[in-house]
Design a protein around this ligand. Structure first.
Ligand code: PEP
Length: 255
């Protein structure tokens, strides 16, 4: 982390877990656990939990996000949710391009770009996910894959809009597997992403950009991962569902 230059941000991705009442309960627990945080704290929850969680964290330091949004403003897209709908609810953040959406729901670099643009236009802040599959890492093309994902996702996005973007580097092989990237691997790719952003937007924009690591980050490895200069926080799946564990990660980012 380089907290004198950019924000440290810990975000929980609750994925498809917690009914609204369970979500409100966890959110209330988290309020206490992260009250003294010296970093930004976000929880990205299922659509149907947004209302309950927003109410449960009102007046606290916890920000609320969704896990996806559609790229059209409205229309015949059964089962989808628009960025304007989220914004009107008071939702602040949205995850775009998570690898589970890319893998299971046909998300492509192009639709990630469209969704990112729609979210920013609606006034949402975006947590944009990029990351390589294990075979790609083994082929030695991680930098190329992640650079390409970053460039396509950011196509047409202005330097002003970029201020509302966080990039999450999430190696697919580390998500939900318990297999964490080493802190050196995380640092190497986060630095690569920053270099790509520098090439697109210049030094100041790149230096100010928050880049998270995500992939089995937990209470035991957060300190080490966050000690790296280009790792500005974490996107946390499994460990975000336990208030005590999430609190320890937030505490690591608050140092
Ligand atoms: C994620 O869902 O973005 C994630 C990183 O999950 P986990 O922490 O469970 O690997």
């Amino acid at each position: 982390m380089k907290k004198d230059v950019r924000k440290a941000v810990i975000a929980g991705n609750w994925k498809m877990n917690k009914t609204p009442s369970q979500a409100a309960e966890l959110a209330k627990e988290l309020r206490e656990t992260v009250a003294g945080a010296d970093c930004d704290v976000i929880v990205c929850v299922p659509f149907v939990d947004l209302q309950a969680v927003s109410e449960a964290v009102k007046g606290s330091n916890i920000h609320v996000g969704a896990q996806n949004c559609h790229f059209e403003k409205s229309g015949a897209f059964t089962g989808e949710i628009s960025a304007d709908m989220l914004a009107e609810m008071g939702v602040e953040y949205v995850i775009i391009g998570h690898s589970e959406r890319r893998t299971y729901f046909g998300e492509t670099d192009v639709t990630v770009n469209l969704r990112t643009k729609a979210a920013l236009a609606a006034g949402l802040k975006v947590i944009l996910c990029v990351g390589e599959y294990l075979e790609q890492r083994e082929q030695g093309i991680t930098a190329e894959i992640v650079s390409m994902q970053t460039k396509i996702a950011l196509a047409g996005i202005s330097a002003e809009e970029l201020k509302n973007v966080i990039i999450a580097y999430e190696p697919v092989w580390a998500i939900g597997t318990g297999k964490t990237a080493t802190s050196d691997q995380a640092e190497e790719v986060c630095a690569e992403i920053r270099a790509v952003v520098c090439g697109l937007y210049g030094e100041a924009a790149a230096e100010g950009l928050t880049i998270q690591y995500g992939g089995s980050m937990n209470a035991g490895n957060a300190d080490e991962l966050l000690s790296k200069v280009n790792v500005d926080g974490g996107l946390i799946g499994g460990a975000s569902l336990k208030a005590a564990d999430f609190g320890k990660i937030v505490a690591a980012a608050s140092k």
